[in-house]
Design a protein around this ligand. Structure first.
Ligand SMILES: C[S@@+](CC[C@H](N)C(=O)[O-])C[C@H]1O[C@@H](n2cnc3c(N)ncnc32)[C@H](O)[C@@H]1O
Length: 923
């Protein structure tokens, strides 16, 4: 068995975060589970009562159970959950391992709707012990299609305490690899499927609204339906999740992970959360016809799942035992406080921030919470929510109100006063990292009820350890700079600030209000909490220059060419000071026609009449901080001809918004892929297009271009990712309906079954319809039905009708996953294109060809970036192990990543299949 290399910090904590190094898996049982300082510190703190202590340590020395979660917002995930109960649990119950019958998975009692499960058999056994093979296959395939997320149990708690309602605006500041972000986006979409279906149904049955009624209701029922319908965006969620990570590679892991969930309401950014830039909203007029005022996005909910020492993960990351040292926590304190303070600044009044770590150290937990609240003006401004009655079945302990701090040398200090006395007597040796704010006795505005913080320990319910605190913003805050004495006068406030603050209050009774006025920000100052530069700050250095560096650079830029400089982005206050400076913060590449390029890049010093040619991954352009330029997000004009032809071909309802289609190239030309985003995402991307904010992902792939066999056929096929959003709005002329399991089975097993000649007769109930439907992409609606051959859930799948045959536009992995899920079959696929596949003609000379390689002038490369980075840096599979990730610092959500690999190949498969098909058609 291989060895997994060391990860000490969690996601950006010391030793963590990087990715990129090949590392190996360590056999849990081989590692000695002892660390004198670790044990001494937590024993002296008395984290648990004396009577529990043995259980506490015994649990921490045991390998972590296996856990996973079903995707809550997808209707399809529920039948998958049922399958676990009906098929796999009975199977697992009969397995014997080490002479004992295996315990089957159990639903986690505190997780709603039995959507989260845990089993005591460790992952390593499930992966390798042959009797688990079919269960493992199920986990892997359902993870890859987004129905399951492999996630550590305690990591599921913070999102549950955020109280997210669909429609809210949510920010996840430290999101990679994305296990919690996945939960958050599901919550943002909560109930959407049902809402949209209700709206569509209502429109169909309402005469005068839409044609093709599929039911009859009484007047009364119609009235009732009308009231139940959410017409705001035709049932679609209007909410948004911005998921951010400071580490570029990890931000791409996050994209890879989140892409499985196909949300148009997700934006991924790549910034240092301690100085997360203010996000502009489209400005609005102050008075009709008068001046406009800038507006900035504020959030209903923010998750600050910060980089931490990760010592609560020692059941999974065995190297915690070897590497734990007190300096890890001390070095992270300052970054953690800054992230939490920045979160509170960006929060709406009335909103919630959830702060969490997987560390047990009070320096990273209670001390951070108390210091951040103090910096925000105390409990009158920011409160800790009492969550003792939330998730009643979750066993937890209260936060610590009193603690001591261990210094780098392992000495434990009861108070800051004692540290100061020692400093005066014997010098600073070993004490440099300590600060007053790490101690409970630090002078604070007022006492903070830290007992409302939540601690979860491993022995309570056989999990890892976690710390969670829910903070509530009562009133707009003015943060005190770091280390400023508490008696200091608040920062001077201008009349304009007061006016804006009042304007920023949420409208009464409207918790979902998206837009508040500008936030009040004090830019981060020099680090006075702890000496030295924190791990995360170091990690982000390349990403975000420090404030002073920015100031120096600003002067330099003024003298030289400022056009393409990448600076630390401004928070709102700074933006106001230099309102005219916006245009000099362009970071996208290529620049708009005529833009001046960075003076430090001699090869690009002349202004370009048009964008630079796009480059493949191997030839990527990098900015001064050695990070690839992101392709811009450009929205397509609704009158653009490709878009019009799409609406026409698919008979798309005019109610489906036509201004949310986007491409990723500087020309804004639909060349290969058209993405769809929500309205709010569009407003944000548009309003911040040249702000320098590093948006690295947004949009669901909706249409992909291909060559076709006839001029009447639309060159844009619907992509399976986008289908759930679009399907209800596609006109009947491009819809094929299917009711029988046996029919779908044929389409899953057989690729390119023939429909010409007598071929259609073999396709049963859909035979005639697919024979007659015109060539091109169609929507296959699998409807619910009765009896053994009926489906219990509806589904939609993209179908392609070509000259002679038919094909489900699904990657082979998805076909196999569906065969396994729906039919419990591992049947080999039959490729009919091969029956007649004599590759004499070159595919490229064939009239019908998928556009796989774009012409060199324009390129959409976001997808390639995400997958390439994931592949290069993370998806390092160990030989002989299925879906094993061996990257350090992944946080607790890594399993979903490993199992979600390979989108790019899956898509290639479809393209290749189709290409073969085209050759088949020609023969
Ligand atoms: C504990 S992990 C987050 C785990 C994640 N929330 C999840 O559930 O999958 C912490 C993350 O913070 C990121 N990070 C470290 N310093 C940061 C900073 N200053 N700003 C934003 N992200 C940071 C790391 O790259 C890492 O991915």
């Amino acid at each position: 068995m291989g060895k997994r290399g060391g990860k000490r910090g969690r996601g950006g904590g010391r030793g963590g975060g990087g990715g990129g190094q090949r590392s190996v898996r360590t056999d849990y049982s081989e590692v000695p589970k002892a660390n004198a300082q670790y044990e001494q510190y937590y024993n002296e703190l008395g984290l648990v009562e004396e009577a529990e202590r043995e259980d506490f340590w015994t649990a921490l020395r045991r390998e972590l159970p296996n856990s996973f979660r079903f995707t809550g917002s997808k209707g399809q995930a529920l039948p998958v959950q049922q399958l676990l109960k009906d098929r796999y649990i009975p199977e697992i119950t009969s397995i014997e391992h080490n002479g004992e019958l295996v315990n089957p998975p159990n639903a986690i009692p505190w997780f709603p709707d039995q959507l989260a499960w845990q089993m005591t058999t460790p992952k390593s056994v499930v992966r390798k012990f042959p009797p688990f093979a079919s269960f493992q296959k199920f986990l892997v395939s359902e993870t890859s299609v987004g129905n399951i997320s492999r996630q550590e149990v305690v990591s599921m708690i913070p999102p549950l305490l955020m109280d997210i309602k669909p429609g809210m605006t949510v920010l996840d500041l430290c999101a990679a690899p994305g296990s919690k972000a996945a939960q958050l986006i599901e919550m943002v979409h909560g109930g959407e499927e049902a809402r949209t279906r209700r709206v569509v149904r209502k429109m169909r049955i309402d005469p005068g609204r839409e044609v093709s009624p599929d039911g009859r209701l009484t007047e009364e029922q119609m009235e009732e339906e009308e009231q139940l319908c959410d017409w705001s965006d035709h049932g679609r969620t209007t909410g948004l999740l911005i998921a951010n990570d400071a580490d570029y590679k990890r931000a791409h892991m996050l994209i890879h992970q989140m892409k499985r969930l196909n949300s148009p309401n997700l934006i991924v950014t790549n910034h240092d959360a301690t100085m997360y830039p203010s996000i502009k909203l489209p400005s609005e007029p102050i008075q009709e016809g008068g001046e406009t005022r800038n507006r900035y996005l504020k959030f209903d909910r923010i998750l600050a799942d910060v980089p931490c020492s990760g010592d609560g993960t020692c059941r999974k990351n065995v190297n915690v035992w070897k590497d734990w040292n007190p300096g890890n926590a001390l070095g992270l304190f300052s970054t953690q406080v800054r992230i939490l303070v920045r979160a509170l600044q960006m929060l709406k009044v009335g909103g919630r921030v959830v702060y969490s770590t997987c560390s047990m150290n009070p320096v990273e937990n209670e001390a951070v919470v108390a210091t951040a609240i103090d910096r925000c003006g105390g409990m009158s401004k920011v409160d800790i929510v009492d969550c003792s009655s939330a998730l009643p079945k979750l066993k937890r302990r209260q936060g610590l109100s009193d603690w001591r701090v261990m210094d780098k040398q392992g000495r434990i200090w009861p108070s800051w006063q004692a540290v100061e006395q020692e400093k005066a007597k014997n010098g600073e040796e070993g004490l440099g990292r300590l600060s007053e704010f790490m101690f409970p006795s630090a002078k604070r505005e007022e006492a903070v009820p830290l007992d409302r913080c939540m601690r979860v320990y491993g022995h309570l319910q056989d999990t890892g350890a976690f710390f969670i605190t829910v903070l509530h913003k009562k009133i707009e805050i003015k943060t005190r700079p770091e280390a400023e004495p508490k008696t200091a006068e608040p920062e001077p406030t201008s009349i304009m600030d007061i006016v804006k603050e009042i304007e920023a209050q949420p409208a009464d009774g409207d918790p979902l209000q998206k837009v508040e006025a500008a936030d009040k920000i004090v830019p981060p100052r020099a680090n006075n909490y702890a000496e030295g530069v924190s791990a995360a700050a170091r990690q982000n250095k390349a990403n975000a220059p420090t404030a002073s560096a920015t100031a120096i650079k600003r002067e330099h830029d003024a003298e030289t060419d400022a056009a393409m400089s990448t600076k630390r982005l401004k928070t709102r206050e700074e933006v106001e000071v230099s309102a005219q400076g916006d245009e000099d913060r362009q970071v996208h590449w290529p620049p708009p026609p005529g833009a001046q390029l960075d003076a430090s890049r001699p090869e690009t010093q002349t202004s370009l009449p048009s964008p630079a040619p796009p480059l493949g991954n191997s030839q990527k352009q990098f900015d001064k901080n050695k990070q690839p330029y992101e392709e811009p997000f450009k929205y397509i004009d609704p009158n653009q001809e490709d878009l019009q032809s799409i609406y026409e071909f698919y008979d798309l309802s005019s109610r489906f918004p036509n201004d949310r289609f986007m491409v990723r190239n500087a020309m804004g030309h639909p060349s290969k892929t058209i993405y769809y985003t929500s309205a709010l995402a569009r407003s944000i991307l548009t309003a911040n297009a040249s702000s320098g904010i590093k948006f690295v992902h947004c949009g669901v792939k909706m249409f992909v271009k291909q060559d076709v066999q006839s001029a009447e056929v639309c060159r844009w096929r619907i992509q399976s990712e986008g289908l759930p959003v679009l399907e209800a709005w596609v006109g009947e002329k491009r819809v094929v309906r299917l009711w029988r399991r046996s029919t779908l089975r044929i389409l899953l097993v057989e690729m390119f079954p023939k429909v010409d000649g007598e071929g259609w007769k073999g396709l049963g109930e859909i035979g005639q319809r697919v024979r007659d439907v015109g060539m091109g992409c169609c929507v296959l609606r699998v409807e619910k039905g009765e009896g053994e051959d009926g489906f219990s859930e509806r589904m939609v799948l993209p179908l392609w009708r070509s000259l002679h045959s038919l094909n489900l536009m699904l990657p082979k992995e998805d076909r196999k996953a569906m065969l396994l899920r729906l039919y419990n079959e591992d049947t080999p696929l039959m490729d009919h294109s091969k029956d007649r596949f004599h590759n004499k003609s070159s595919p490229s000379s064939h009239p019908f060809r998928y556009v796989k390689d774009e012409p060199d002038d324009i390129k959409d490369d976001e997808e390639d970036d995400a997958d390439a980075v994931v592949k290069d840096e993370i998806m390092v599979k160990e030989e002989g192990e299925e879906g094993t990730v061996a990257a350090p610092g992944l946080g607790e959500g890594v399993e979903a990543m490993e199992d979600g690999a390979g989108d790019e190949e899956r898509e290639d498969d479809v393209l290749l299949d189709s290409l073969k098909k085209e050759v088949e058609d020609a023969v």
